[in-house]
Each structure stands twice: as structure tokens, then as C-alpha cells.
Design a protein. Sequence first.
Length: 717
Amino acid sequence: MTNQKDLEFESAYVKMAYSRLEAIKDQARLAMTQVLEVEKGGTHQAKVERDVVVRSSLARLDALDIGDQALVFGRLDFMPPAPLSEGETYHIGRISINSETMDPLVVDWRAPIAEAFYRATGKDPMGVHLRRHIFCSRDVVENIEDEILLRSLDESDHEDIEKTSPSALFAAISRPRSRFMSDIVSTIQSEQDEVIRHQLSGVLVVQGAPGTGKTAVALHRAAYLMYTYRWRFERQPLLVLGPSSEFVKYISRVLPSLGESGVELHTPEGLCGYGGAPVENTFEARHLKGDLRMVKFLQRVVRNRQRTLRKEARISFGRKYLLITPEQSKEIIESVRRRSGPHNPKRKIVELRLSQFLAEQYLAGGEFAVDVASVTNVISINSALEDSVTQNLPGEDTTELKKEVAAALRKSQGFQLVVERMWPKLTPEQALHDVFSHRALLKLAGGSLLSEADIELLLIKGDDTPLTHRWSREDAILLDELKPLLDGEDDSQVSYGHVIVDEAQDISPMTARLLKRRCPSGSMTVLGDLAQSFGPWQKRSWDEVIAPLVSSRGYELRELSVNYRTSKEISEVADRIKGQYVLGAKKTKAIRSFPGGVAFIVHEDPLTQAVKDIEATFRKGDEGRFVLIVPRSLLQRSYDMVNASSCSDWRGLSVLDIERARGLEFDGVFVVNPLNLVDDATRAERALYVAVSRATNIIKIYDSEPLPDWLLDAKLT
């Protein structure tokens, strides 16, 4: 039962903390206003100082903006260091707030002293006498809940004192979902906190079944790292990589609610600069384009554009034709290839060597002198230069004259056309489109790397020109791989201080190379569930997933073991599905129940029945977030039926295929044609496992055929 006196105290304290928060905001606004009101102009130093004040004030206001979230959610009372003395008390919240005398009113949840709020137990109280959960609606305290962890110093070693199970956790995980993910800052559990506060350096791999809070842990780890190592991320930002644009949008509000707005959120294609990437490759093409064979393939693509002339070329210059033979062009090409460096900058070396060779030929005279009137496309050269050449005497030093002739040659259109044939300047888009558009180029670059079937997968068919070709996610990653081959390292490209990869079980080896390029330090957090892998790179171990990412130092593996989100009933269904393809799969440890939340429905038109059931859910007024998951072939029909139904404007409903549902969570999930969510039977159970585990409370599975016995359970059918 809540102690009224304690409730009144916490209410007054929270009001005071909010009042101080507003005062700090006012100070930041005042500082910015005052500096902006100063007469513009002044010395360079004055302008710089003014800009610094404005930027720091805006950053401070941004960090203090926690929206509608509660500022304070907990309190720690530590045991006194000596009998009859008072222990220290700290209020825990989203951000740090100090009094005017710089005493801590609210301690940031990421501060070391706050660690005990998440990790202290009866067995290991960490010096905590009382842990208080404070339930607030902004600045209004609605309830408090206390846990006594240490009654006296003598009881600190008593193992019979167990941690209680506060209603804070159950209230949070039972709350209906919205279109955006919420933070779990007030309910982080001990095993989650250990991952969140793990050291920055090296690669940390976090394996966790559905509902264990991997995504929440990933985002809170990002906030913790930003707080603890802020100096580092001022130079190199922190990146969170998600599997889809829907996922990135879903998590977009978590970090701002934790006082962090400087973290970058991307999909792999967005990180490469191709945010749309609307083309969907076939399953086989995705596998091929993500394979490490593409590294050597792309190197060959670039090398094959450094070509020896097939036949001799003539370049008109002044009153002469200058000749370059295939043998001479080969010598130049091979000499430039031997130099290190990317393709495009080395074109200048080709130009220089070819122009020097032709300048020598021009100065030597020879059989190619012709009447200028018979020459088309003659370059007009400086008459003084031509006179110098004419008056040149044998034995004279022609070094400077040769430089002038070579420089004039490089301005020749005919000369540049020859160089373009030998060593064209390429963009990644041009190089990739050219090779994908021509079977001969694919065979030349593929060599022993690619089979005839592989070439068919890569070949662009039909009337897809460079102006109309759109890229897939896999293409975007290949384009990014081409950039350093063509232009070298881009100084303007962002280098990240730490990368957090969620839903990492399906990242391809080529995606791993992309991340390694973006994060040279190798400091990464990789989260996923191998059982949820149903893409082209399924059936891998973490060693295989991580291999292209890590150095000889290897990685550290942590596991999240408790399912906080999914009900026991849904977890049982998910476990049966996982048992079909994971030998000896461990059962999920779920902590909450939602009786009656599982249903299997056989109907001649399963999609029609699913939409009817969704309409009934809508009419009941059930709160939360719901999704209809269908095979891609049914997406358009599903959109049309939902739009024609009574729930056409229901913002709580999504219609998705299994790829775009990955990583998201819903209160209710309606799955149509469960064993046909992907286009081949070998991945069917894995895809269904992912679909079922998106649900927290309700899962309804529809098919026109009787469902297999291994999926059904007598208690549920």
C-alpha cells in the first residue's frame, strides 16, 4: 500500500525538479537571446564567440527536451557508511538536473551511481537499502512502489533476500504499442543493463530470442555510449543500422526521448546514399550480390576498363597525324596498372605518359607529315610553338619544348577520345550498369568466379537504360564497394566511432565489409537472433556472420535470455516452429501471459476472413498496433481489401510482407498463408517464426488448407 506521506514528498520533489528544468532552459534561451541582440559585426573573434554561444545553447535546449516523457522515474537510498548516520539518496531520471548550488536533483540514468537502480538485487544489493519506482505522468506523481533490498549491514550476505518483481516492468510491457517504439529506461533489467554498459572497444555480439529487448537494448546502449564517451562522438558520430525504413521510422523517437539527438539512424542502402533502393532482387540474386566473390569481381570490372587499343589510333595534331599502336598502348596501360592507387586519379598518369610519348613522336618528325588541308579535326596550336618545333636543331635540349607539346596534346579532343578508350573516367553507377548490361563484360569479369547461371542472375534484361535503371539494396552496397576502387578514400565520407547493427543475423558479407569501411576502429555492437534468419544468409553461426567484420581480436558474445514482451502462449507457438529447424532449440523463458491470444483458422478464402477479423478488432476499439502479414504476391490484394473495409483509415493497422515486418512489434498479428510467406519451402518455417514472434498478445494464423500437426496444439485448437 502506498504511503501517503512518501507520495506527497515525491510529488513535491518532482515538481521542484521540473521547475529547475524550466529554469535551466530559460537560462539557455536567455544566453542565446542576449548574444543575438548584440550588434552584428565586430571582430572575427567576436563572431566566433557569438556562434559558439548560439550553438551550445541550441544543443543544450535540444538535450533538455524530453517531450512528454517523465523526467523522474526512480530513487535509490543507500545504506549509511556508519550506524546512526544517514545514507545518500539519489533520484534517477532521463537527464541530469542540478540545483542552483550544483547539488544533484536528478541523476542521469547513465551515470555510474545509477547502475544500482538496474542491477541491485537482494543477493547483491550493491549497498542499496531502498529502490523506489516513481510512476509519473510528466510532473504528476501517480504512484510509487518500493523494494527493500538491504535492511541492515548484517543482512548484506543473506541469500534468502530475493528481489521483488515490481509492477513497473509489467505495466510497461503490457502497455499497448504505438506507431513508434517507446524507451524502457525505467524498466531496464540487469542482463540488459550489462549489455548497455559494456565497454566501447571491440565487437560485442548480443544474441537474443524475440521479446528479450534487443532493439531497446541497442538504443539505450547508443544513449549510454553518447553520454559516457561524448568527446569521442563529437569527432566521429555513432551509427545505428536497421533492416528497413519501416524499422528506422519505428525506433526514431527513442533516442530523443533519452536526451540524445546526435545518433545517426540508417538502413544499409541509406548509409550508401541510395535511400530509396526500390528494386527487389530475387532471392538467388541477393545471395550472389552479397557474396564475397563480388569483391574480386568488382576489382576485375574496374581492371577490364583499363584496355589496350584493339587497333592503331591516329590523332591529328598541327600538320601531322600522330600514331599510337596497340603494343604501345599496352605498355602504357601495364606501367600505370603497376602503380598503386584508385582508377580515376591514375587516368592523369595515362594522359601524361601518352602525351609525352606522342610529343616525342611529333618532335621527331617522320612519315606522318601531311598537308594540313587534307586533315579533318586538326587542333589549332600556338604558332610560336609550331615555329619552335620547326626551328629546333638536332642536339638541342628539347625538354621544355616537349612539355609544351605534351600540354597542347592533352587539350586535343582526339587525344582525349583515345585516352577514354584506354582508361575511361568512371562513376560507380556507370561501371556497374555497364557490366550488368552486357553479357560479354559479365563473362570477362566473372571468369572462374561466376557460372552461366550467375551471369543470368546479374544480367539486366529488357530496355533498362542508365537513365531508368534503379538500384536494389544489394546494388547500393556494390556501388559503395566500387567507390574506393574508382576514386579512393573519400575525405568527406563520415567515419563512425561506433556502429550498432540490429537484426544482424541476415547481413551479407558485403554489408559487413561496408560497415568495416565506415568504422575503421572496429568498435561495434551487433545484435540479432540466428533463429530469425530467413534471408539469403541463413543457417550461419555468429562466427560466420562476424568474420568479415572482426580483426584477430575476435568478439565477445552475450545472450539475453528472458522474453519480456511476448506472451507465454505465443512463445509456445514460436518454440514449436523453431523446433522444426533448430535441433534441440531451447524453450523461451517468457514472464507474462495473455490467455486466448492464439488462434488457428482454416477458411476457403483466408485473406477475406482475416480482414473480417481485423474489422471486428477495430470495432471493439482494441488499443495498440496491429499488422496483417501476407506473402508478397498478396500485398496488392490485401491493400485493396483493407482500403475497402471499415478500418481503411485505422492508423493502428499495417499491411506488410515478412521482410518489412522484421524487427517490429505489434499487439496483434494476423498471418495469411503462413507457410508461403517466402517463395521457397526451405525458409518457410523461419519466416513464420519471425511473423509469429512479432506479436505480444494476439496471433491469428489463417490458411485454406489444414495446418500441420507440429504447429497445432490440442489446448489451442
